[in-house]
Design a protein around this ligand. Structure first.
Ligand code: FES
Length: 219
């Protein structure tokens, strides 16, 4: 059954219903038809007047568009080893300016990692490399644990008491103990099943990243 047949508007049945609900007794047949057509036209305008706000509310709002829009991140003043958080699509996105020492840890002991070569599709193709990034020093990842969605903590400190002597720096999720290295790669034997997600991003220029837009192949 179509929508038209559901409400009867514009159909012979709709006109019949309108005639039966409007008192036209005592009018000559010609005037009676004119009155019914007039009522139907007014009814149609009424439907249009009611439908317009509804259609308007169904349109994507500016707010919804803004929520999904790419976001710029000014990383010009992001110091070595520092982390910047921007919000994209309601999610925290971390940008870390990794030091030479931090980059050196990435291939120090990959046997401890669950997916060291980024085999799972948790990053764009241009970030499926040894550093999981376009430029080696800048890591860009979604700051949400791939286990149950907590936000891990950036822990660049080496061998802290709570994380052990073999901790080279990375991200620790306090909810259930998942650990990720400084490329967002998950360690084996923790609850999180995959590496942290690398979102689409591109460099507009040195010091300016857009999160939410693809760069294409890494240089
Ligand atoms: S949500 Fe991070 S370990 Fe469970």
């Amino acid at each position: 059954m179509s929508a038209t047949s559901d409400n009867g508007a514009g159909s012979p049945r709709g006109q019949l219903d309108l005639e039966s609900s409007v008192s036209t007794a005592g009018l000559d047949p010609k005037r009676r038809r004119t009155l019914v057509r007039g009522m139907a036209a007014v009814g149609g305008l009424g439907v249009a007047a009611v439908a317009w706000p509804f259609v308007t509310s169904m349109s994507p709002s500016a707010r919804a568009k803004a929520a999904g829009a790419p976001v710029e991140a000014d990383i010009g003043k992001l110091g070595a080893g520092q982390l910047l958080t921007v919000e994209w699509r309601g999610k925290p996105v971390w940008i870390v300016n990794r030091t030479e020492e931090q980059l050196a840890t990435l291939d120090a002991d990959t046997a401890r990692l669950s997916d060291p070569d980024s085999g799972q599709p948790m990053q764009p193709d241009y970030a499926a490399n040894a550093t999981r990034s376009i430029k080696p020093e800048f890591l860009v990842v979604v700051g949400i644990c791939t286990h149950l969605g907590c936000s891990p903590t950036y822990r660049p400190d080496l061998a802290p008491a709570d994380l052990g002597d073999d901790w080279d720096g990375g991200f620790f999720c306090p909810c259930h103990g998942s650990k990720f290295d400084l490329a967002g790669r998950v360690y084996a034997g923790v609850p999180a099943p995959t590496n942290l997600e690398v979102p689409p991003y591109r460099f507009v220029e040195d010091g300016l990243i857009v999160v939410g837009e693809d760069q294409g192949a890494a240089a």
